[in-house]
Unconditional design. Structure first.
Length: 505
């Protein structure tokens, strides 16, 4: 970040600033005019085109003034930009503009620029260097992870008691199931990205394999959910190994591109193999899970299986099945968390962390990178398959539209924003990335603006993630350093982990 002197700001180069802001606005015109300015609509006489030039003008103006504000911050005028952006956000709240879209853009745009200017003001008034701020961030993450031994059981207790609270209605239970599903997916991807250091952009492929595995086995062969759950995990493991073999010699951006291609290959197969997967129409009528095979959640039971309400003498309610699904995904997610925490202390987990820090040094220590990568993909794929199987039985319907690249991007955003390698960070990031848009669902199309605002704020506040501290799994001489961590300390500790992993092997 460029240093800015707030006490004696230099002369502002207005021609260069206006030219830069004008170029950004011109690019915005080229992008928004065809994508936002025209929209196809169904009319009684046929398909028509509707223009939305007011939204184009608003977006271009937001880009122009936003770029202008960033340039002024760079020129040492952060305090003035902060005051003007706050005034713009307040004006958007108080003044009724011709369309609500203009008010939303003015408020969100002013808020984002105000946050950026406020961070600049606070940063450059502080005497801390960037390295010192990173160390403070790392120490904060270390304290939270140390407190996780107390926060974890408290969080689990709250999650268990949540369906029994008076406020737990059908909507909140559905949101809770959604959050726990993404927590499970985030913990699964954290093995590949956070522990092994491999950028996987196609994790949704394992999610899709698990969902379609259960849907096909249950629909065509009549297998129950409890029989299909391990089978879905096994098939996802096979998919992980199939992905791992071709990419063993790749690294960096090339590795990420191949994983992205794998995710798209799975999606295209699901779309085009119409006779087997139902194509774009998907698979409907997927059986719901029973209560461990001894009771069903229907109103009246059958000759072979009573209903859940009849078995326990309760009045029938459709919420019973939702509560059961909530506890089911909670148990699955906690199993993934427990497995990850235990395997990090084993030679395989230490080998993953050594691979993350330096794969060449990892090889020189005698660690087989091929087996380590394959194990990471296989285990992470298995957890993705479990989550996909649960998704299929919860929805009762699957289609390729549920497994697009945006799902992989959301899961990856959860891992990165939470702090790669941090289990607590995944939980916190899930509530922000998934829970924040759900809170603004009433805003319809504008809730994604709130999602983008949240992402921008987090990356400006915590560029390395909310809980970016990498707590060493194995410590040299069996004690922690007094400094609380930091990038250098984390690398040194990871080196020790790599040595331990190599010897164990």
């Amino acid at each position: 970040m460029t240093a800015i002197s707030l006490s004696s700001p230099r002369a502002v180069a207005w021609p260069a600033i206006l030219r830069e802001a004008g170029m950004a606005a011109a690019v915005a015109v080229l992008l928004t005019l065809p994508l936002v300015g025209f929209r196809t609509v169904d009319r009684p006489v046929g398909l028509g085109i509707e223009t939305r030039f007011d939204e184009v003008i608003a977006a271009v103006a937001l880009v122009f003034f936003g770029r202008l504000g960033l340039c002024l911050i760079r020129e040492g005028q952060a305090l003035a930009v902060l005051v003007l952006s706050i005034a713009a956000a307040v004006a958007g709240l108080l003044i009724d503009l011709p369309t609500p879209m203009l008010n939303v853009i003015l408020v969100l745009g002013g808020a984002i620029i105000a946050i950026r200017a406020g961070i600049s003001v606070g940063t450059h008034r502080s005497k801390l260097t960037q390295a010192e701020r990173d160390r403070r961030m790392d120490r904060f993450g270390a304290k939270v992870q140390d407190a996780s031994r107390f926060l974890g059981p408290i969080g689990i207790a709250l999650a268990v008691a949540f369906p029994l609270l008076p406020i737990a209605d059908r909507q909140l239970l559905d949101i809770g199931i959604l959050l726990l599903t993404y927590v499970m997916l985030g913990w699964g991807l954290n093995i590949v990205v956070g522990l092994a250091g491999l950028l996987d952009l196609g994790y949704v492929a394992f999610y899709a394999i698990g969902a379609y595995s259960y849907a096909l086995l249950a629909t065509y062969f009549g297998l129950s959910f409890w029989a299909c759950l391990p089978l879905a995990g096994i098939l996802a493991v096979i998919g992980g190994v199939m992905l791992g073999f071709p990419v063993l010699r790749l690294r960096g951006d090339y590795f990420a591109i191949v994983t992205l291609g794998f995710g798209e290959i799975i999606r295209i197969i699901l779309v085009n193999w119409y006779q087997f997967t139902g194509g774009p129409n998907g698979i409907t009528g997927i059986p719901r899970p029973s209560f461990f095979g001894i009771a069903d959640f229907t109103r009246t039971g059958t000759e072979t299986m009573p209903s859940f309400a009849e078995m326990f003498g309760l009045e029938f309610s459709s919420v019973h099945r939702i509560i059961f699904l909530y506890y089911l995904i909670l148990v699955l997610a906690l199993m993934v968390n427990l497995f990850t925490l235990r395997i990090r202390k084993l030679p395989l987990g230490r080998a993953w962390e050594a691979l993350r820090e330096d794969d060449i040094a990892c090889t020189s220590l005698g660690i087989n990178r091929t087996n380590v990568k394959l194990a990471a993909f296989a285990i992470a794929g298995m957890f993705g398959g479990f989550a996909g199987s649960f998704f299929a039985t919860r929805q009762g319907f699957v289609s390729p539209e549920s497994f697009t690249f945006i799902e992989s991007a959301i899961i990856l955003a959860i891992v990165v924003l939470g702090g790669m390698g941090s289990q607590m960070g995944v939980v916190l990031a899930t509530f922000l990335v998934i829970g924040l848009p759900e809170m603004f669902r009433e805003l319809a199309d504008y809730r994604m603006l709130a999602f983008g605002l949240g992402m921008v704020v987090i990356m400006l506040w915590r560029p390395r993630g909310l809980l970016a501290h990498r707590d060493p799994t194995v410590l040299l001489h069996g004690r922690k350093g007094s400094g609380g961590g930091g990038p250098a300390a984390g690398t040194a500790a990871a080196g020790g982990q790599g040595i331990a992993g190599g010897r164990a092997k």
